[in-house]
Design a protein around this ligand. Structure first.
Ligand SMILES: Cc1cc2nc3c(=O)[nH]c(=O)nc-3n(C[C@H](O)[C@H](O)[C@H](O)COP(=O)(O)OP(=O)(O)OC[C@H]3O[C@@H](n4cnc5c(N)ncnc54)[C@H](O)[C@@H]3O)c2cc1C
Length: 381
């Protein structure tokens, strides 16, 4: 007779912020949880490689639903993560004079409709107004992804009812007698490990469909982009964030409390696009360890694209006065995924789908960091 299999109430696949938050939430409810992560470290992908914008809605004049949902979670997120929130900088939204999907009047009406503070300005010491149709002082914060990741890693270490299996590959899974039978492989030792879970949560973001398929379940409609966040310092812009709306424009804003500014651009941040359900890119032919159904960390990948930093810098400088200096410090890369339906309206909802009822299987696709609480509304104990 073989060794009895480890049995859990929940198996969570994916150790980004959403998987980790789900694990902590369920453990607090008294559930036995196993968290499976394919990399050596938790939270090394989208949960730290992002713009760190604590969305309050401004960013989504083309998706009222996402704008409203951002505001829903903002107060609680800010309260729960106060030590990691940077709120004391001036945040500007601006409308480019040419080919924007919105205009100043529409943006003002949108802010009024959502109830967001927004004050029109006609001068600024660091921002050039000649390229802009309108400039607004708004109120938006950033969170510190690195401090937050450390905080959640620590909380996980303290949670005795959560088993964390890092560097494990999900090899196979099948339903049997109302439970999931799951086979993993320890990638350090190549040893297999079997476990049983009553419910499964897939929180793997870019690899959502790779994991759904391992469970014999259907794809969710995703597309993917290899994305670059560039980091700069600037003596003149220390306490300033500027986002140019709405289309192929750019953004510069504090990366949490780090003292750095993240620089991104709709035109240059996204290097490669995959319209397929799995993140399939030509660089995976060079780094064959990174597979469409098992993607690796772009940040440390030798086959990642060359930086577009200088293009992003040239673009943002169109809106900044000549004396503003930007010093480049480096870039981080990751796969950004989005629901295909939101390619046009730019919406970023967080969707939690139940892909199998008995045994239950959830697929969480995270749109924004401050929507972690959506999990609490959907997961049934
Ligand atoms: C460039 C960029 C900018 C963004 N800007 C913002 C912003 O300003 N504000 C905001 O709120 N949101 C932003 N987002 C969105 C936000 O970052 C994501 O919604 C969020 O980080 C997703 O978290 P996650 O835990 O679902 O995914 P991740 O952090 O990617 O975690 C998924 C985990 O699953 C693991 N995994 C994958 N496959 C397997 C497998 N087979 N087995 C085990 N583990 C597996 C991965 O290794 C990873 O650790 C941005 C995203 C990107 C990429």
């Amino acid at each position: 007779m073989g060794k009895p299999k480890e049995t859990y109430d929940f198996a969570i696949v994916g150790g980004g912020l959403f998987g980790v938050y789900a694990a902590l939430f369920l453990a607090e409810k008294g559930c036995r949880v196993v968290l499976v992560e394919k990399e050596q470290q938790l939270m090394a992908k989208a949960s730290i490689v992002n713009q760190a914008r604590l969305h309050s809605g401004y960013h989504y004049p083309r998706s009222i639903a996402t704008a409203l949902m951002s505001d829903d979670n903002k107060a609680r997120f800010t309260q729960d993560h106060q030590a990691f929130i940077h709120a004391s900088f001036d945040k500007y939204y601006a409308i480019d004079q040419y080919s924007s999907f919105t205009d100043g009047a529409q943006f003002e009406r949108f802010c009024e409709f959502i109830g967001l503070p927004c004050q029109k300005l006609d001068k600024h010491p660091s921002i050039r107004l000649d390229r802009l149709e309108a400039l607004f002082l708004t109120q938006e914060y950033t969170f510190d992804p690195i401090l937050m990741a450390n905080y959640y890693r620590r909380r996980l270490e303290e949670a005795s009812s959560i088993s964390v299996l890092k560097f494990h590959e999900l090899v196979a899974a099948k339903p049997q007698a109302n439970q999931w039978q799951v086979t993993l492989k320890d990638l350090n030792s190549d040893t297999p490990k079997d476990l049983v879970a009553t419910q499964v949560i897939n929180a793997t973001y870019a690899n959502s469909n790779g994991v759904n398929r391992r469970f014999g379940l259907s794809d969710i409609p995703l597309m993917h982009e290899i994305s670059e966040m560039a980091f700069v310092s600037s003596p003149q812009l220390k306490d300033l964030g500027l986002t140019i709306m709405d289309g192929q424009f750019a953004s510069i804003m504090p990366y949490g409390l780090s003292g750095l500014l993240s620089l991104s651009s709709v035109a240059y941040t996204h290097h490669k696009v995959a319209h397929s359900p799995l993140p399939t890119f030509d660089c995976q032919k060079i780094n064959t360890n990174c597979r469409p159904d098992f993607p690796s960390i772009c940040n440390s990948c030798f086959a990642r694209p060359a930086s577009n930093y200088s293009k992003m810098k040239r673009q943002i400088q169109l809106y900044l006065r000549e004396d503003v200096q930007l010093f480049y410090l480096g870039s981080m890369f990751t796969i950004k995924s989005k629901l295909k339906a939101n390619h046009i309206d730019d919406g970023r909802p967080t969707e939690i789908a139940i892909l199998n009822e008995n045994p239950r299987f959830y697929c969480i696709f995270a749109g924004k960091i401050n929507s972690i609480y959506e999990i609490e509304k959907v997961i049934k104990l």
